[in-house]
Design a protein around this ligand. Structure first.
Ligand SMILES: *[C@@H]1O[C@H](CO)[C@@H](O)[C@H](O)[C@H]1NC(C)=O
Length: 421
């Protein structure tokens, strides 16, 4: 199997090399070409982690060493991408106190997270607002508009009300044009940032046709790209199928949230697709075996869609298993992680669209108040930690192989050029 994977990769490269070497950009930005992420001219595959807390912890200078430790431990295990929040709206420890009014201390926390990620060679994905009420979310935006006299009947009006959309666009602009107080680089020009995400898990259950979310993503993606042409953008989706592919809706867990994995990701300004998977929450009451079975199908279906229908890369941007699940043991979590990593590897080894997985969530020691059941502290979970390290290395090997092939081709070309071809 191993050799077959390799052969596949080599054939695939030969087929593609004509295009591959036109990309000269060595500027450190991650881009896409077809179903691949590209970094400095070579396909980019990497596992990573969620750490929504980076800004919050780093906003307290006495706690910043936790960000550095987490990055160090992550890098030691081969992890290279972190997904985190560039939002906290109203309430306790806000980034945005009220529309257009920002907390400099929190922004400096974000500055530190970016500057530190750059040092460790970690790429960041920043989500710009929450679907849920935690840390404000779209409910807070709707409440702000109400307090300005707007009549809004539900939080779903977040997606359609023009005052609310104006507030959100202003947040996009404020974050993207922020100049980092440590590095001096504007966020929109910083290659440490891999991508922006429009919303953490958009849902609009009052319109299950998907039209409301489709229109919102289209408008906001276009607005964001008008400010920042450097960075990739994704929508923050969990992956539920919608009306554009009715025969696939049966693959959803048994609920509809108003998103459409295919149509939403076909929007031109959306560069790559994401999937989240929580079989323990989505299929409560089913046993572990059937949850894993669901997960495997979920991942393979979405990988095929990214490959064949979307023609864009795919990140498994959230997955995990809670230690609060009934009868939890670490082995079950490792099985779940292994299911995700195997699905990714079997796509990646053939040059496919699945490019990496980000588990929810990485903590480091001394962060007990952030424990949510899904936390991984690498130093306290040796079996999970070694699985993560082993799987990350497999993706790093794929990257190295591409880089080697690219160098061989470069040498060959320069020989040919010298001969006057
Ligand atoms: C998609 O999921 C369904 C069940 O949910 C499964 O029967 C089918 O084999 C899956 N397709 C792929 C390509 O994995």
């Amino acid at each position: 199997m191993r050799h077959r994977g390799l052969l596949f990769l080599v054939l695939f490269l030969i087929q593609e090399q004509g295009l591959l070497f036109q990309v000269s950009a060595g500027d450190g930005f991650i881009r896409t070409r077809g179903v691949h992420f590209m970094l400095n001219g070579s396909p980019f595959y990497a596992h990573g982690f969620n750490a929504y807390w980076l800004m919050f912890v780093a906003s307290d200078t006495s706690q910043r060493n936790k960000v550095s430790s987490a990055f160090q431990e992550a890098v030691n295990h081969g992890l290279a991408v972190a997904r985190t929040w560039a939002f906290s709206d109203g309430g306790y420890s806000p980034l945005q106190y009220s529309p257009g009014s920002y907390n400099e201390q929190m922004f400096q926390g974000l500055d530190f997270a970016i500057s530190e990620a750059g040092k460790y060679g970690i790429k960041l994905i920043f989500s710009l607002v929450n679907n849920y009420e935690n840390l404000g979310g779209r409910k807070q935006y709707v409440d702000w508009a109400r307090s300005q006299g707007q009549y809004l009947s539900s939080d779903d009006d977040f997606f359609t009300n023009s005052v609310v959309k104006g507030y959100y666009k202003n947040h996009i602009k404020t974050v993207l044009t922020r100049k980092n107080s440590i590095t001096g680089v504007a966020y929109k020009d910083d290659p440490t940032i891999m991508a922006w995400e429009l919303m953490n898990e958009p849902r609009c259950t009052s319109d299950t046709s998907g039209k409301t979310i489709q229109a919102w993503i289209t408008e906001m993606a276009s607005y964001l790209k008008s400010i920042d042409g450097n960075h990739l953008l994704e929508a923050g989706l969990e992956g539920f199928y919608g009306e554009s592919e009715p025969q696939k809706q049966q693959y959803n867990p048994n609920f509809q949230v108003g998103t459409d994995f295919i149509a939403n990701n076909q929007i031109a300004d959306i560069d790559f697709a994401t999937v989240h998977s929580y079989p323990d929450q989505w299929l409560t009451g089913e046993n572990d075996e059937s949850q894993l079975h669901f997960l495997n199908n979920w991942l393979n279906n979405h990988t095929q869609d990214a490959q064949n229908i979307l023609g864009k890369p795919l990140f498994f941007a959230e997955f995990g298993k809670s230690n609060k699940d009934p009868g939890f043991n670490t082995n079950q979590r490792d099985l779940l992680f292994n299911t995700v990593y195997s699905a990714i590897f079997s796509s990646a080894r053939g040059g496919g669209a699945a490019a990496g997985g980000l588990f929810w969530q990485l903590l480091t020691e001394g962060m007990d108040s952030y424990r949510d059941g899904y936390e991984i502290v690498l130093s306290e979970s040796p079996s999970t930690a070694s699985l993560i390290a082993q799987e990350s290395r497999k993706l790093i090997k794929i990257r190295k192989m591409y880089a080697r092939l690219r160098n061989i081709e470069k040498r060959k070309r320069s020989r040919d050029n010298k001969r006057g071809n």
